[in-house]
Design a protein around this ligand. Structure first.
Ligand code: NDP
Length: 469
């Protein structure tokens, strides 16, 4: 098997090192042999540049093209800290934070990286003129730092993105409350859209054995986020029979949220913007679906004026479908939908929010909130335990990856552009070291059992759109 590391400017020594790693992984070499492989001193990675953080000045968000600012090329391999591992990244994924990083919104990530760099000697490595981005990965452990106890070279893993210093006491109740909590590959360097990555050992989880590398790579960030929002004691704690309104129900987090509601005996009311997406939901088993584009809701009359009549219309549409108001609203579009979400939630119901894609300065009518005794929960990613539980459900074949397309690393910019413009469904996977799709499956029996569910979001593979760089 040969690989072509497009985007690498020093192909020969690099390719032979990478070839060795790949042959060892695909050939099933022992952990000891994998641990003895040389690690190249530079690697191919998708990155943004500090020098370009002002490049979008005066450009409207929608016109900022990630293909211009997402570069794929060589970066130096960082020194390994005692609590970290070096990972051979087989596959990664595009998250919406990939878009935020490349368009430098709502802020450039180089400020947070500089602050991180001041925290400790090891943290200093993160403050570079480049940032390797990407907050998901599946791969194989190549090296472990001297303080790593639970993982060894050769382990097949997925990576969750909660980056915390566990020597900080604030990290020891719910690590998402840690004062120094960060999202790996967004607020840290050395992210997953690369051939190698350096991650903390407490970010590792076992790779679900029935999945390919690309299927295993797309889950951790979105699946764990939805788990915390809906299932965890830190979130809305959905119970059987709860009506849950899910915005963007075939998007990254929405597609996992929909599965959690179906699995947990809830009643999903799924909002999407096309008939194709509604079709995916019907195949998943969803009955109550709203096409927001066909419905033509205009929750804002203009930039400054809400239309309460439109909130009511949404509420009526939900009642027409399921006969009652939502116990829980899974909220993330933000400014465009937030007031409507707060309005339609049932008396005593819960709105759980993890984002504000359409704008973060939110307004809502507080009378509907306090008079009807509703709750609003802010939620952000997931702690290690929550991510582990969410990964366990994937590994048992109870929650499924929502992979729709796969791009090679060299086209990560185009993949990010598609997410930026809402041209995708579910998740977009990215092949890093994996030379082709379909590799990495160990448990064929479980795969056969859940196979049809693995393809519900699938489109034909990567585009041939050329990369601007
Ligand atoms: P996706 O783009 O994959 O999906 C979002 C979906 O939301 C879209 O597909 C679209 O679905 C719907 N949507 C977008 N804009 C609007 C709008 N104005 N009104 C109604 N619906 C809208 O993104 P993700 O699901 O991966 O992420 C969603 C948001 O959550 C992002 O802002 C992301 O940064 C954030 N996030 C936060 C996390 C955290 O830990 N705090 C973790 C993961 C994501 P349709 O057009 O079909 O209606």
């Amino acid at each position: 098997m040969t690989i072509v590391a497009e985007g690498s400017s020093a192909p020969f020594p690099y390719l032979s090192a990478v070839q060795q790693i790949l042959e060892a992984i695909v050939g099933g070499a022992s952990g000891a042999d994998i641990g003895a492989l040389p690690i190249p001193d530079h690697y191919r990675a998708a990155h943004v540049l500090r020098d370009e953080q002002e490049v979008w000045a005066g450009v409207a968000s929608a016109d900022k093209d990630p293909r211009r600012t997402l570069h794929v090329g060589d970066v130096p391999t960082p020194e390994l800290a005692p609590d970290e591992v070096v990972l051979a990244v087989m596959a990664s994924s595009i998250n919406f934070n990939t878009v935020w990083t490349t368009i430098f919104e709502p802020v450039s990530t180089f400020g947070p990286l500089a602050r991180l760099g001041r925290e400790s000697q090891w943290a200093k490595r993160h403050d570079q003129p480049y940032q390797v981005i990407g907050s998901d990965a599946s791969g194989v452990v190549l090296r472990v730092g001297s303080a790593v106890r639970n993982w060894s070279p050769g382990d097949r893993v997925t990576v969750h993105c909660n980056h915390v210093d566990d020597q900080d006491p604030t990290a020891h109740d719910d690590s998402m409350l840690a004062a120094n909590q960060r999202i790996w590959g967004y607020e840290t360097n050395f992210g997953g859209l690369a051939d190698l990555s350096v991650v903390k050992a407490n970010q590792l989880m076992p790779k679900p054995a029935h999945l390919t590398w690309e299927e295993a790579a797309v889950n951790a960030l979105c699946n764990s986020t939805s788990y915390r929002m809906l299932v965890s004691p830190n979130g809305a704690q959905m119970k059987q029979g709860d009506v849950v309104l899910i915005w963007g129900a075939t998007g990254g987090i929405g597609a996992y949220a929909t599965q959690y509601v179906l699995n947990g005996g809830g009643i999903p009311v799924c909002v999407v913007s096309s008939e194709d997406k509604a079709g995916i939901l019907r195949d998943l088993g969803v009955e109550a679906i709203i096409d927001r584009r066909a419905a033509g809701y205009r929750f804002w009359k203009d930039e400054h004026t809400h239309d309460e009549g439109e909130w009511r219309r949404l509420g009526k549409d939900i009642r027409a479908l399921v006969g009652e108001d939502p116990d829980i609203v899974f909220e993330h579009p933000g400014r465009s939908t937030f007031a409507a979400s707060m309005y339609v939630a049932k008396r005593g119901g819960t709105v759980v929010s993890c984002a504000a894609t359409s704008g973060f300065m939110l307004e809502f009518d507080n009378r509907h909130f306090w008079m009807r005794l509703k709750r609003l929960i802010g939620s952000h990613f997931a702690n290690y335990r929550e991510a582990w539980e969410a990964n366990r459900l994937i590994a048992k074949g109870m929650i499924h990856p929502v992979l729709s397309q796969v791009f090679p690393l060299v086209e990560a910019g185009e993949a990010a552009r598609q997410v930026h413009h809402n041209l995708h469904e579910g998740k977009i996977g990215v092949l890093c070291l994996a030379p082709e799709e379909g590799l990495g499956v160990d448990d064929h029996e479980l795969r056969e059992r859940v196979e049809p569910k693995l393809h519900l979001f699938r489109r034909s593979s990567a585009s041939n759109v050329s990369v601007i760089d």
